[in-house]
Design a protein around this ligand. Structure first.
Ligand code: CUK
Ligand code: CUA
Length: 639
């Protein structure tokens, strides 16, 4: 069988090679070889080695892929409504998208990060940021569902988020924009010195991964772009890139990139935590929503919080230092041992690497080069570990393979460059197609990378796929990094714009993936756990239908007594207790999506019938040979 497969593959390979020669791809590494095909081929029924959780950018969602195949398994709705899963449409999940600005059905999702234990990805949760209306979400990897969203006050852009500390003590969220804190009506021209940049530390509950804002550090109003925790020796520190240290508020008038160096802010969060635990900090009024989904009631609740604890960094001496870093640093990545802090000036050709040991020496010897708003600035030469003379342009992000190598993306020169930690020599470079942003090695931003593949997430696609009109697919590329030289294996399309991804060996997550919700654990207030409990209850012009579904009927399935102008709640429980038997339901003219209900779960949609008649409904998920028989009628009478 295997031989047969190989010969078929060989034939396929030859024909594809011919095609690629004819098309004259300018991509030499795009020529398919049988060894590349084998490396990404996951035979029917076989499983991938890694999960990749890839952010959807402006889709607001998180997509789950397998590596090396690049197969898409699921799109997890996070910040945007999703008709497929009724997320944001059903009554249970609507509160998840509540904010201090009201119900916000969309966001811009950038950076997923997997929870860690002792610096190793543990596969319990993924945290991800929404940039536009600043929020952080938690996805539970037993159900692959979003189970918590917290809004971040005093923040705008929320871009240096969401990264976890070595033991998931904190999820950290940094503002991109300096803004007035608290928000108020003031002239934009008075930005300088008045706007603040809030770095938020969200304490994580070790039991359930839940988040709460413990404190916000009110930094100078620079732009904070990317963040990364220390680990090992640098555990207890967090590093944030900043740009626009000029505090320009208009690119038309002032050049926000005129300073030769901006900063990486090194934050000793342990010290600030101690300060706060001893009663330090100042409570400030702030409105923000905290939304939590309960897996027993299958229902979310939204709470509006009223204040937040803020810390003025100048009141905690020794907690924060600025590390000068050339040319508008974007990426900020800490090596697996915690010694090297890699700052990529996006307008630079070199990659700057700071040494944590040297940083501590300079701090201990009080060797400062002035200060900015009372925060000491260290001397660039004192803390520099080395710089990578890459020859590339526009370095952005770096990940590590755990074997002493780092991989940096270059947006402008459109490549991934492999270099050696400590010697800074360039070992290999491979083009990306095209203009790569982030890259991801499973565990590659933790203390223990699984350095088998690197996934490049590209900003431009152009000719890589069949055209689909003016808007073409977004794209990721997979490279084998087990050898000295990288090898491009695969292109695959992604959902939305893939800003960043988090990867993890598949078995860590798969073994905890939940198969079923037990009916006896269902505490939904309107659950009907047997057909005998199904009922229709009228309360004024509200009608509550506690309905059940099981192969292949609904109960009740003939409903009368509904009138035009009623508000009809369908609370529907799937009575199945077999894995992978969902049913779906919707009503004609309902201003919502269908419900797709998993076994043991209850979901609710609202129908407000506008027209008299007898209206059918049916199961929307092909569930058995009698799927087409799974249906019913609602009679709507005049008021
Ligand atoms: S990313 Cu958000 S602009 Cu460099 Cu982290 Cu794509
Ligand atoms: Cu139930 Cu189709």
């Amino acid at each position: 069988m295997k031989t047969l497969f190989k010969s078929v593959l060989a034939l396929l390979t030859i024909s594809l090679m011919v095609v690629s020669c004819v098309q004259n791809s300018n991509d030499s590494s795009g020529a398919l070889s049988s060894s590349k095909a084998e490396k990404v081929y996951v035979a029917p029924g076989e499983h991938d080695d890694f999960y990749a959780f890839v952010s959807g950018g402006f889709s607001g969602q998180l997509a789950v892929y397998g590596l090396p195949s690049g197969r898409l398994f699921k799109v997890i709705p996070v910040f945007s409504v999703d008709a497929e899963k009724a997320y944001g449409f059903n009554e249970e999940t609507k509160p998840m998208l509540n904010t201090s600005h009201g119900f916000i059905p969309w966001d811009d999702a950038h950076h997923p990060d997997i929870s860690q234990t002792n610096g190793v990805v543990d596969g319990r949760y993924v945290y991800i940021n929404g940039n536009n209306t600043p929020r952080i979400a938690k996805i539970d990897l037993t159900t692959f569902e979003t189970t918590e969203i917290i809004e971040i006050p005093n923040s705008a852009g929320n871009h240096s988020s969401s990264y976890v500390t070595e033991n998931t003590e904190y999820v950290v969220a940094g503002t991109r924009f300096g803004v007035p804190v608290p928000q108020r009506d003031m002239p934009i021209a008075e930005y300088k010195g008045n706007f603040k940049g809030a770095l938020s530390f969200l304490k994580v509950d070790p039991e359930d991964g839940g988040m709460d804002i413990k404190f916000q550090i009110l930094m100078p109003g620079f732009d904070y772009d990317k963040a990364h925790p220390g680990r090992g020796d640098s555990h207890g520190w967090f590093f944030f890139t900043t740009y626009n240290s000029e505090e320009a508020h208009s690119l038309l008038e002032v050049n926000a990139s005129q300073n030769d160096k901006d900063f990486i802010a090194a934050v000793n969060w342990k010290k600030i935590e101690e300060y706060v635990n001893n009663g330090g900090g100042k409570k400030m009024p702030a409105n923000y929503a905290h939304n939590v989904y309960d897996e027993h009631t299958h229902t979310a609740t939204s709470t509006m919080k009223k204040e937040v604890l803020t810390v003025d960094p100048t009141e905690v001496p020794g907690a924060i230092y600025f590390l000068p870093t050339p040319k508008s640093p974007h990426g900020c990545d800490v090596s697996p041992t915690g010694e090297y802090i890699v700052g990529s000036g996006k307008l630079s050709a070199d990659v700057t690497v700071h040494s944590f040991t040297k940083m501590m020496d300079a701090i201990n010897n009080k060797k400062f080069d002035g200060d900015a708003y009372g925060i000491p600035i260290l001397n660039y030469e004192d803390i520099l570990a080395g710089s990578v003379k890459s020859g590339g342009l526009g370095p952005l992000h770096t990940e590590f393979d755990g074997k002493g190598n780092a991989y940096t993306t270059f947006f402008i020169s459109s490549e991934v460059v492999k270099w050696k930690l400590g010697t800074w020599e360039v070992i290999d470079r491979k083009p990306t197609y095209y203009s790569v942003g982030h890259l991801m090695i499973p565990g590659g931003n933790s203390g223990q990378p699984f350095g088998k593949y690197v996934l490049a997430m590209n900003k431009i696609t152009k000719d890589r796929y069949l055209p689909t009109g003016p808007e073409v697919t977004q794209s990721a590329q997979l490279y084998d990094i087990t050898g000295e030289k990288m090898e491009l294996l695969l292109d695959f399309p992604t959902v939305g714009e893939p800003h960043y991804a988090a990867g993890i060996p598949a078995d860590i997550v798969a073994k905890n993936s939940r198969k079923i919700f037990r009916l006896e654990e269902n505490q939904h207030p309107y659950a009907a756990k047997t057909e005998a409990e199904a009922k229709v209850v009228r309360k004024g012009n509200e009608v509550h239908i506690n309905m059940t579904m099981i192969r292949s009927h609904f109960a009740p399935d003939n409903i009368e007594g509904i009138q035009v102008g009623d508000k009809v709640y369908f609370h529907v429980t799937n009575l199945e207790q077999d894995y992978d038997v969902p049913h779906g339901i919707s009503m004609i003219g309902a201003n919502t999506s269908e419900l797709l209900i998993m076994p043991g779960q209850t979901e609710t949609f609202v129908w407000e019938p506008k027209q008299v008649g007898v209206w059918p409904f049916y199961c929307t998920d092909f569930c058995s040979a009698l799927h087409q028989e799974m249906q019913g009628y609602v009679r709507v009478s005049p008021k």
